[in-house]
Each structure stands twice: as C-alpha cells, then as structure tokens.
Design a protein around this ligand. Sequence first.
Ligand code: OSB
Ligand code: MG
Length: 383
Amino acid sequence: MRDSIKEVHLHRLQMELKHPFETSFGTIQEKEFFIIEVVDQNGRKGYGESVAFTTPWYTEETVETTKYMLEQFLIPLMFRREWQHPKELVDVFGAVQKNNMAKAALEGAVWDLYAKKEQKPLSDILGGKRKRIEVGVSIGIQPSLEKLIQIIKKNVSAGYKRVKLKVKPGWDVEMLKEVRKAFPILPIMVDANSAYTLEDIELIKQFDQFNLMMIEQPLRQDDLVDHAILQKEIRTPICLDEGITSFTDAKAAIELGSCQVINVKIGRVGGITEAIRIHDLCQKHNIAVWCGGMLEAGIGRAHNIALASLPQFTLPGDISASTRYWETDIIEPEITMDQGYIDVSDGEGIGYDLKWDVLDTYRIETVSFSNTYKNPIRQFHKK
Ligand code: OSB
Ligand code: MG
C-alpha cells in the first residue's frame, strides 16, 4: 500500500552542552536544532533530528536555512507524493539542490516511521548486522595540556577505547608529544576540520611519529586533489569528513586517492539512503568507514547507532553516551556506553522514545504543517 504523510511538526529546541566544544572553526556551547515529527494517514509517527548549527562554520547550512528549506520546499514536496519506501524520498527531494542536512532530517523521520510500520528495528531495515557498535569519544581543544590529559584519562577510564583529538595550528605536534607520553598505546586520531594547507606539509609530516589511527580532514573542505597529494607524503591515513558530501564525492576521493578512510555523517551526505550508497561503495573498494557525530541529542544519536550497525562500519564511531554532552537527554532509555560499546536497540524504529516533559523544557517553538499546506512560493512548477 502506498503511504503519505499527513502532518509534520518542527519542534525547535535549544540545549546547553555540559562543556563548550572547541574546534578549529569555533566553539559550540549551545545546540539549537529541530526534532522533526512526521505523522502518516494511520496516525503512525516517526522522528528525525536536524544537525546544522546556528552558524555556517562547519558546512554552509544553518538552523535557519534548515527551517527555510523544510518549510518552503521539502515538506510541501513530500506532501505531494505518495510513497512505499523511504528510498523514494531521494527522488522527491532531488528537485532541491544540496541542503543535505535539511533533507536528511526529514528523511530520517520517515525512515523511523517506516521501520515502525514494518514493526522492525531501524537497524534491521537498513541491513545492519551488529548487535553492538564500537564507539570512541571526540575531545575538543582545551585551555591547557593538563586539562586535556585529565579529560582523556576520564574518558578512558569510563571505557572509551579510542579518542579523537581536535587539532589546529599551535595545538598539534607539541600537544601530541605530551599526550603520547601519557598514553603510549591508546588508539588516538586527530581531526583538523580543514585548519591546514599544503604549505604546512612539513608540519603535518611530523604527525606520523605519533602512530595515529588517522588524521581527519586536514585540508580545505572541497579540495580532493590536495588531500591526494598530501596522502602520498604521509604515512598516517587521511580520513575525509567535510570533503564527502555525496556518493559522487566519495567516488572521486577513492579514485584520486584522497583518503583511506571516510567519516559518514547522515546529515552531511543528505540522508540515510545516500549514507548507505557510500557505505556500499567503500565496502566494494575496501575503504574503512565510521559514523561521525554532530553533537546530537538522543534522536540523532539513535539514527547514528542504527547506521553504524552496517558491516563496513569497522572503526569506532563518534557516538558517545547521552551523558557525554547532556545533563538530561530527550529520549528514553538514555543511550549508555559499556566498555567502549553501545547496544543496538531491538525496539521498533529507532528504538527510543521521546520524553515530552523533558523536550518541553528545551522547546523554543513548534511549527505544524498539514498536507493541505501548499508551497508558499508561487512560481513553483518543478515536477
Ligand atoms: O568534525 O567531526 C567533526 C562536532 C561538531 C562539528 C564537527 C565535528 C564534531 C565532532 C564531535 O568531532 C562529534 C560528536 O561527538 O558528536
Ligand atoms: Mg570531523
């Protein structure tokens, strides 16, 4: 039977992180995002979470562009179409260029709804095989080395098996020397969020001495060629994050030798369907993938766990427990980590429920749309 979405509710939330998260592109202290609720003709519900930040420092999208694209285009396009499988949304949203995070948020809600309708865990629907996933923790730039080492200690004793350290010029080689001294065999990787250029090549070569699992996105977001040049000069595997926004990017990066590892984020690549296409391509080419994070609250995290249960996710993801960033998460049960692993839920859909009383304490507004809602832009003739 063909389904259609009857209502969409955009719940806009603002949540304070426990600690500021500093990267080479800026510091995040407060997370603002949408919980997207979709309702079908039988009253069944599905949930998604948007991941764009309030500023376009990481990628070009923001909370406001997400809202604009959803309201003006993506929601009305979805209302106009009946569907049998969430994979069809790629076509529906294909009318809109880019705006991957906005698309992924709405698509994610429909995936959850579909899995619930099939009465299966989302992980099963996606082809996931793992019953638990290995996870690591991403640690921001700290005010001092002492503080950093103390935080690493805390996370290692909590059970995280690998740590990712944010780096930037001035917080790199010396920092890594000290960290390696304190943790000689800990699996460590670094993430530069595009803070370097090929002019820094001699400096980046020094990273090789620290036996890192990988260096994530050292160079410009869109420069696959420079990453390929760099990869030939260093031993440490390059992992791309910002540089991979689609299957096409992944194909080019593999062909050019721009990376040996890919960080897959559902939002950055425009949804679960595209994330699985990239996963399958990497499987074919023997490229390791792992699931990245965007400081998500529980709904986004739950989607990431389901995705990370797929077979080619062979490296620990940036998927930590609810308590890593939040005093109180918006879902129940909360996501917990045990000895470096998170269990994949066997509940229906994403397997976690919203705690509405908690959500209320973070809610700024809710905007609702019913399927009688038409695109407000008049000259909208795209088929
Ligand atoms: O580059 O992976 C990144 C957080 C915000 C923006 C970009 C990144 C990150 C992280 C943290 O590294 C991932 C997480 O724990 O959610
Ligand atoms: Mg990254």
